[in-house]
Design a protein around this ligand. Sequence first.
Ligand code: SF4
Ligand code: SF4
Length: 171
Amino acid sequence: MELTAKIGMHPLKETTCVDCKNRLISSMLLSLESFIVIVMIRYYDAFLQGLNFFLGGVYRLILYWKKLKCFMLRMDIKMEETSRYNQLQMKHSQEWEDICISCGGCCGVFDGDPCEDLIMIETGKYYCRTYQDRFGMHKTLSGKSFRCVPVRNVLDKSWPGDMHCSYKRKI
Ligand code: SF4
Ligand code: SF4
């Protein structure tokens, strides 16, 4: 037999032998395969259960992830709609406010006893000094109490000088 490498000592010839090493490796592999087959047969059910559990977990994770993505998408759409709605409302609100010609008629300027918060800025033009916080109870110059409400709430009613009101003339 030709010696090709010094891998291990031959038991009889006290030399190295590649065939011995190959036989040793083959038998070890065979043992390992047998061991794996025995383990698989013995723990087959447990292995299947574990695999089932693992795949179920992965499937649930994918489902949760998809649900989360759907939820986030819905939230994005909702926020976008709310933002667009608010912008539209602000635009309409501003357009509505711009209609007013500030004649002061709805604040009592033509009946001789206007609201005490009404200030004249020039002839025929007035402004409310509590405009941002105007809704609620107020007093006239003579001390009469009344409730200030949005003008749209009283457009179906009449008051002295309401023919000047630009809202009334518009509708
Ligand atoms: S509180 Fe109301 S009624 Fe008085 S001035 Fe302002 S808007 Fe007019
Ligand atoms: S009467 Fe009409 S136009 Fe005049 S201040 Fe009041 S809301 Fe504006």
